[in-house]
Structures are given as C-alpha cells and as structure tokens.
Design a protein around this ligand. Structure first.
Ligand code: NAD
Ligand code: WQD
Length: 341
C-alpha cells in the first residue's frame, strides 16, 4: 500500500515512517523542511534498509498535490505537516491558521478528489480544553483552546468530521497525542528543534549536553504532590506504532466513519520527576531553577488510553526510563541534531 506522509521529515513523522516501512508499506513523504532536515531520510534508510520517495514541497501547493495524486496511487494519508509552537502561534495567528488550517484544507480537498479512502490526522490532547476533567476520554466534547495552535487542531478535526460525513468512503482517524518524548533506539533520528526548545525534553537534554546552562521549571506552586505540572509522556516509537495500528484498523473497517483515539500511557508524570529520573538514568546533571508559571499551562492532564487498547490493540510499551535514555542517546550522539539549525 502507498502511504502519503505529510511532515515526514519531522520528529513524529520520521519515527512513523520507520514503523510503516518495517510493516511493509511504501512511503511517499511530502515536507517543506520548514522545521526539519532532509537528513532524516538518510537516517531512516540506514535504520530500515529501505528508501522513501521524498518530495520537497508545501501542502498548500495545490498544483503539486494534484501531481502527487496523479503520479502515485495513494491508498492512505498520514497528515503530520503543521507548525506546532504554542507561544509562536499566539504571535503569528495568521501564519498558523494558514499553514495548519488552509494547508490541511488543500490536502483534504486533493485527497477527496483523488478518492483516497483513509486519512489519519495528528491531533492533540489540547483539543479537550482546560474545562475537561482528567483523565481525558474521547467521548468528551471538544473544548476551547486558548491559542491559535490548539484552535487550528480543533478546526481541522471539525473539517475532517464534516467531510467524512459528506463524502462516501472517506474513513478518518483523529489521533490525539499526549506528550511524545524520546527517540528511536538507534540514536539516529530524534527531535531536532530549531532555536530555543519550547518543549520540556529537548530543553532537558540540551542542558545535559552543555548547550544551555540550566532548565527553568515553569511553576513550583501548582496543586500537585511536588508543585510542578503533570503530563502524560509517551515514547515517540510507541506513538509511531499507534499510527500503523490506526491505519490497519481503518483499512479493516473501511466504514467511512470518524474514529478518535487518545494515544498516551494513562500515567501522569511531574516535571520534577522527569528531571530526577533523567539524572538517574543518564548520570548527567540537569541544573534547574523554579521560574514563574508559563502562561496557558494546565496543572495536570493525562489520557484514558483504554479506547486505543480495545479498538487498535495498541498500548504504550516503553517505560519512562526507556524514553529518557533514548532521548539522551539521540542528543549525545547528535549534539547539534541533524546539524542544520
Ligand atoms: P515537527 O515540526 O517535527 O514536524 C512537522 C513537519 O511538518 C516538519 O518536518 C515541517 O517541516 C513540516 N511542515 C510544516 N508545515 C508544512 C507545510 N505547510 N507543508 C509541508 N510540510 C510542512 O513536529 P512533530 O512534533 O513531528 O509534530 C507532527 C504533528 O503532530 C504536528 O501536526 C503537530 O502539531 C502534531 N502534534 C505534535 C505533538 C508534539 O508534542 N510533538 C503533540 C500533539 C500533536
Ligand atoms: C511540559 C511541561 C511545562 C519547558 C505542548 C502543547 C501541546 C503539545 C505538546 C504539540 C509543562 C514544563 C516546559 C521548560 C518547563 N504540542 N516545562 N520548562 O505544554 O504539555 O504541551 O506540547 O502539539 O499541544 O501545548 O508540553 O513540553 O511544552 O511542557 O518547566 O523549559 O514542562 O510547564 O508543565 P505541554 P511542554
């Protein structure tokens, strides 16, 4: 089966391509490299001994999309391409809506015109909104996102749901990720943020490798056991495998419906637990200070992952120690990431 992977050079996309190739799929990757490196594809080839057809381009390029769907018989799409920095999205809302919403719209229109039957979308736990009680369950209504990034995920979920209802044989899977961390165990692919990392783990590993002096823990006065925020961190390889299982389920069902799954471990971990466990498993020090809370951060959330377990036969298998060891192996072996930032 030919699978079009948008955003395939990125962090989650590259790990998912490895799992797709291992499972026997043929992969066509489309990426404009705005937040990634083409070197990811060399590394993927090294890991899998298989190659990917890489097309450098933008999901908003309608002519390019038309050409891709004419040249390849695409059986399914996994759509990762998008901008993902929450803070930046508040400063550049139009850029985020254009890239994430208009871009997705272009892709969905082209997919429908080409009669592609399976569409898997990278959504986020952020769509539940601050009102939702924990653990988050798929039956809960979409919430209100406080930033354009989160709003764009809600909008694309709605566009896909309406499209699936109106178009025959367009099966949609919305995967709501919690906090992916870690890297492939080879240490060859991993998260390579441009500039100062927004997310916790790349910041921690950059402090450990000496690129940054210290970590700021955002908020030490939350109503949690140690005062720091709680999240559901999952290994990116488990997340990648979840995409393969979602695609397989979509192909099995072929029901033209929308399927929603949380991909998380079901376990909440605090920021301090992350830092302490990282120090224990890597024997590297991570100096930190406790800084003021970051605007928009929620105190604590985690997944109820039971629907994915039942519907996809998927569950996160790696431990927190695995995630942190693998994140460190990637950082230690590649102190400058892919070396292009
Ligand atoms: P990433 O930035 O590493 O990957 C996204 C990729 O999309 C990059 O390679 C980038 O170059 C590409 N891209 C962006 N805009 C594009 C465009 N217009 N046309 C073509 N390519 C484009 O991010 P990631 O962490 O791998 O995230 C992948 C997806 O998962 C994103 O949609 C993100 O919003 C979503 N997601 C990520 C997380 C997370 O914590 N990493 C959590 C929930 C959801
Ligand atoms: C995790 C915890 C921070 C950095 C965001 C998006 C979400 C999804 C994942 C993409 C929080 C704390 C962080 C630092 C810190 N994104 N932290 N110091 O905020 O849960 O989720 O990324 O699709 O939509 O909102 O992840 O990694 O930024 O933060 O103390 O330097 O680490 O306050 O508690 P978050 P994160």
């Amino acid at each position: 089966m030919n699978i079009l992977v948008t955003g395939g050079a990125g962090y989650i996309g590259s790990h998912t391509i490895v799992e797709l190739l291992n499972a026997g799929y043929t992969v066509i990757a489309l990426d404009n490299l705005v937040n990634s490196s083409r070197k990811a594809f060399e590394r993927i080839a090294h890991i899998t001994h298989k190659t990917v057809e890489f097309i450098e381009g933008d999901i908003r390029d309608k002519a390019l999309l038309k050409k891709i769907f004419a040249n390849y018989h695409i059986d399914g799409i996994i759509h990762f391409a998008g901008l993902k920095a929450v803070g930046e999205s508040a400063e550049k809302p139009l850029e985020y809506f254009d890239n994430n919403v208009t871009g997705s719209l272009c892709l969905i229109k082209a997919a429908v015109a080409a009669h592609v039957p399976h569409f898997v979308f990278s959504s986020s736990a952020t769509v539940y909104g601050p009102e939702a009680p924990v653990p988050y369950q798929e039956t809960m209504p979409l919430g209100t996102a406080s930033n354009p990034y989160g709003q764009s995920k809600i909008m694309v979920e709605q566009i896909l749901s309406s499209t699936s209802a109106a178009v025959n044989n367009f099966t949609v899977t919305l995967l709501r990720y919690f906090n992916p961390i870690g890297a492939h165990c080879s240490g060859l692919i991993g998260e390579d943020p441009k500039g100062i990392p927004n997310n916790l783990l790349p910041f921690v590993t950059q402090v450990a490798v000496g690129k940054r002096a210290q970590l700021s823990i955002f908020g030490g006065d939350y109503p949690t056991p140690d005062g720091t925020c709680i999240r559901d961190y999952l290994h990116v390889v488990d997340l990648a495998k979840g995409h393969v299982k979602a695609l397989q389920a979509s192909v099995r069902q072929q029901d033209g419906q929308v399927h929603i799954y949380n991909l998380g471990t079901g376990r909440g971990i605090s920021v301090k637990e992350i830092v302490e466990t990282f120090e224990n498993v890597t024997a590297k020090a991570v100096p930190y200070t406790v800084a003021p809370r970051r605007v928009g951060d929620l105190t604590a959330f985690w997944a109820d992952p039971s629907k994915a377990q039942q519907g996809l036969d998927w569950q996160a298998e790696h431990t927190l120690e695995d995630m942190l060891k693998d994140a460190w192996r990637w950082q230690e072996n590649n102190p400058e990431g892919y070396g292009e930032n």
